[in-house]
Design a protein around this ligand. Structure first.
Ligand SMILES: C[S@@+](CC[C@H](N)C(=O)[O-])C[C@H]1O[C@@H](n2cnc3c(N)ncnc32)[C@H](O)[C@@H]1O
Length: 213
């Protein structure tokens, strides 16, 4: 990667991780102390539809699925307790503070952000517009992937632009099949015949951030 590309995201205001206190009642999940499986994160897991089926279908990976809203998390935690997958860790927290305190650099295989809040009136809260996105990239291993899905064309257009022009990462944009049923929101939007898009973002070898150590 050329110096110009590296400088592009490093011109952005840097995220300030040390300003974030640990989430209330934070404790480090044991999987992060001695994980034998590749680690996968899901941010904004809702009631856990994707997390529960991902854990069942990928016994060779460990998914940590984070949800901030209490009632959604409680529904997710109840189902996760019933399913009892040893490779699924549900977390009730704000993903930003939790990731800052829990996740080591270059330790994550892939990250799912499925149907994030649109933040149409507050675009600086869209994930790819946030300085935190650079910190998130630092947590991915080389060759790791971020999967973003949305039904909002303007959100996807902006995400694609940011990923190319600011973050300088290889990516593929695609349309989600109308038969897909990964999350509750995906089911709802596709049933209404809305178009849903996915952006698969790759972290290349030698990609640098200001949070790599
Ligand atoms: C539109 S819902 C989508 C839920 C689920 N992914 C789905 O597709 O059905 C977005 C979810 O992200 C959660 N969320 C938003 N910001 C978050 C954050 N910083 N940390 C954890 N969860 C967050 C919200 O509470 C909400 O449940």
């Amino acid at each position: 990667m050329s110096d110009n590309l590296e400088l592009s995201h490093q011109k952005k205001r840097a995220f300030q991780p040390h300003q974030l206190s640990a989430p209330r009642d934070f404790s480090m999940p044991s999987v992060l102390l001695n994980s034998e499986l590749p680690l996968v994160l899901e941010i904004g897991a809702g009631k856990g539809k994707h997390a529960l089926s991902f854990a069942q279908q990928n016994p060779d990976k460990h998914l940590i699925a984070i949800e901030r809203t209490r009632n959604k998390f409680e529904a997710f935690a109840k189902l996760a307790g019933q399913q009892n997958s040893s490779n699924l860790t549900p977390i009730h927290a704000d993903a930003i503070a939790w990731i800052v305190h829990a996740i080591a650099p270059r330790s994550i295989d892939s990250i799912y952000i499925l149907y994030p809040n649109p933040e149409q009136h507050n675009p600086n809260q869209q994930w790819l517009n946030m300085p935190f996105f650079e910190f998130l990239l630092s947590r991915l291993q080389e060759g790791g992937e971020i999967v973003l899905a949305t039904n909002i064309e303007a959100y996807m257009d902006n995400a694609e632009q940011q990923v190319c022009e600011v973050w300088c990462l290889p990516n593929i944009r695609s349309q989600i099949a109308s038969s897909s049923q990964r999350t509750h929101f995906e089911v709802k939007y596709l049933a209404r015949q809305e178009t849903c898009w996915q952006l698969n973002i790759k972290k290349p070898a030698s990609y640098q951030t200001r949070f790599d150590d």
